[in-house]
Design a protein around this ligand. Structure first.
Ligand code: ADP
Ligand code: MG
Ligand code: ZN
Length: 559
């Protein structure tokens, strides 16, 4: 068991010249019987980290893997290399399963892939009693994290392996590795004494870009047509409905797009996945149900038309682009509604407060990335505990974003939220700022709404951007019951004029009207002449307040 035998296995069996990154160290450590936790980005080459030790140690390695399709791919791949491997999962009938078990007992297998629920059955544990495993590999180990979106309850039971077979080395592998998830994996899988191998999470060939959402589908289409015509890619959406609609929209515009989500029947889903893997230039439109373990080297872009819930999720999803190392894009369109919707989902959810707290932190990290004016890669890597210089290959590095002094605009927006009673969504608040006499505005109009029409110097898109950034930065929050906007304590110094604020975007007046602006101004009319009485009352009120306070009357002071 020497490094050279590991290397010769790599070369003769797998046909690769040399180990990548920390593979050699990891292989050596596990082959010699050590426990390991391996954090390596998607496409980094985690499989070899247990496949080669499996060939170096006597006996058969047991690999826990959460996805049936993944197991089959890997076993097929190993067969082609001449390695004796098999899987046990729900696709096998009783006879076939028995046959695999017999081969294991006869010592004919080098790798046995097992679904987690099956591993923990008395029948499988009896096999392990009879013939101890050479090692246990726990792939996609983040599935043990209750707060991640890939949570698999059966993974929790895997700590049993350590209790029962303390002498068998274990290697847990994942591409999801923020500090909290890492701690959870260590604790739940009893890996306190395992060596940790943390690779760099940088994927230098991926160009990150985050754009402000106006009409997501049109923006997506333009992005694909301009930069990825004919390329294979993945488009992530938040809901099944959006998946269906977006796939149809792309198809109608001449792009070969296929839908994928958990609501589709298994057969169609499998068919779409196979087409995506085998054919060229297919765009998969999917929920996050798609992608774990998919090994397609030439995915040229990953697009998100809805904001992901966490930075880890975003990183993992975008990591499916460019596994072959060639230039690839990660493109995200994001807007005010995304922030409102995700915050609301957390606040109105049934989860216990401690979990909500974690969800908020995860979302905030994602929002931090979306709003940053610094290098995107730097922000991503910092989240995984790595320091880096400006990358030169993200939107912010290539076109440093403009910022503008938004202090006054922010004070107006925050005041308007307060004056309208901290119970309305962004649409209504913006209507009031813009002085639009919609039915809802008229219905709720009263003397205290001194913020009516104070924002006519900026179009709707500008206000949406301001509210979005105020929400993302925590000056505003959504209240749990109806999702209305509310001030937080952070807003106080800003309102009191003790703090200035710069936001990203265009200086407001130079903003073009977006499509949404055009639509909305067609739908609502500005204050009509017959509302003159309303205006007079308002002006009078403002004068009174201004006399009392000698400051712009719309400003509120929250102390
Ligand atoms: P992960 O599980 O970390 O996402 P995989 O184990 O699926 O990654 O490997 C990704 C790709 O990289 C595979 O096609 C694999 O064959 C290839 N690969 C892994 N290690 C090496 C290596 N040392 N040299 C060349 N290619 C490698
Ligand atoms: Mg893998
Ligand atoms: Zn950069």
């Amino acid at each position: 068991m020497s490094a050279s035998s590991a290397l010769s296995l790599l070369q003769t069996i797998f046909g690769y010249d040399r180990f990548r990154g920390r593979q050699a160290e990891i292989v050596e450590h596990v082959a010699q019987g050590g426990d390991a936790l391996v954090l390596m980005p998607t496409g980094g080459g985690k499989s070899l980290c247990y496949q080669i030790p499996a060939l170096m140690r006597p006996g058969c390695a047991v690999v826990v893997s959460p996805l049936i399709a993944l197991m089959q791919d890997q076993v097929e791949g190993l067969h082609q290399l001449g390695v004796e491997a098999a899987f046990l999962n729900s696709t096998l009938d009783n006879n076939a399963a028995r046959e695999v078990e017999q081969r294991y007992l006869r010592g004919e297998l080098k790798l046995l892939y097992v679904a987690p629920e099956r591993l923990l059955t008395p029948r499988f544990l009896a096999l392990l009693e009879h013939t101890p495993a050479a090692l246990f590999a726990i792939d996609e180990a983040h599935c043990v994290s209750q707060w991640g979106h890939d949570f698999r309850p059966e993974y929790i039971g895997l700590s049993l392996l350590h209790e029962r077979y303390p002498a068998v080395p274990r290697i847990a592998l994942t591409a999801t590795a923020d500090a909290a998830t890492r701690r959870e994996i260590v604790q739940r899988l009893a890996l306190e004494d395992a060596a940790q191998f943390v690779s760099s999470f940088d994927r230098p060939n991926i160009r990150y870009r985050i754009v402000e959402k106006d009409n997501a589908r049109k923006q997506l289409l333009a992005f694909i047509e301009r930069e990825h015509d004919g390329d294979a890619g993945i488009v992530y959406c938040l809901s099944r409905k959006r998946v269906e609609e977006t796939a149809q929209f792309l198809c109608a515009n001449g792009i070969t797009a296929l839908p994928y989500h958990a609501g589709m029947n298994a057969e169609l889903r499998a068919r779409n996945q196979t087409r995506f893997l085998r054919e060229e230039g297919i765009v998969m439109v999917a929920t996050i149900a798609f992608g774990m373990g998919i090994d397609k080297p030439d995915v040229r872009f990953v697009a998100h038309i809805d904001l992901p819930k966490s930075l880890e999720g975003y990183y993992q999803e975008t990591g499916r682009a460019g596994r072959d190392g060639l230039p690839s894009s990660a493109w995200l369109a994001y807007g005010l509604n995304d922030v409102m919707q995700l915050k609301e989902m957390i606040e109105s959810g049934q989860a216990p407060e401690a979990q909500k707290q974690v969800e908020r932190q995860k979302l905030n990290a994602m929002l931090g990335l979306a709003e940053t004016v610094a290098c995107r890669r730097q922000v991503i890597l910092a989240y995984f505990g790595e320091q880096s210089a400006d990358c030169g290959n993200c939107d912010n590095c290539l076109n440093p974003p403009t910022t503008w002094d938004a202090t006054e605009a922010a004070r107006k927006a925050l005041s308007c939220v307060f004056r309208t009673g901290q119970r309305f969504g962004a649409g209504h608040v913006i209507d009031v700022l813009l002085g639009k006499a919609t039915d809802k505005v008229k219905q709720h109009f009263h003397d205290r709404v001194t913020t009516f029409g104070i924002g006519t110097d900026m179009p709707e898109a500008g206000w949406r951007s301001v509210l979005r950034q105020l929400l993302a930065a925590g000056y505003l929050q959504t209240e749990p019951e109806f999702g209305g906007l509310q001030l937080t304590d952070t807003a106080r110094p800003l309102l009191r004029g003790e703090q200035a604020l710069r936001l990203r975007g265009l200086p407001d007046k130079k903003r073009d009207k977006t499509e949404r602006d055009k639509k909305r101004s067609a739908a609502s009319q500005d204050i009509a002449p017959q509302d003159e009485a309303l205006w007079q009352r308002l002006r009078q009120k403002r004068r009174e307040l201004a006399d009392e306070q000698s400051v712009p009357a719309y400003l509120i002071f929250t102390d």
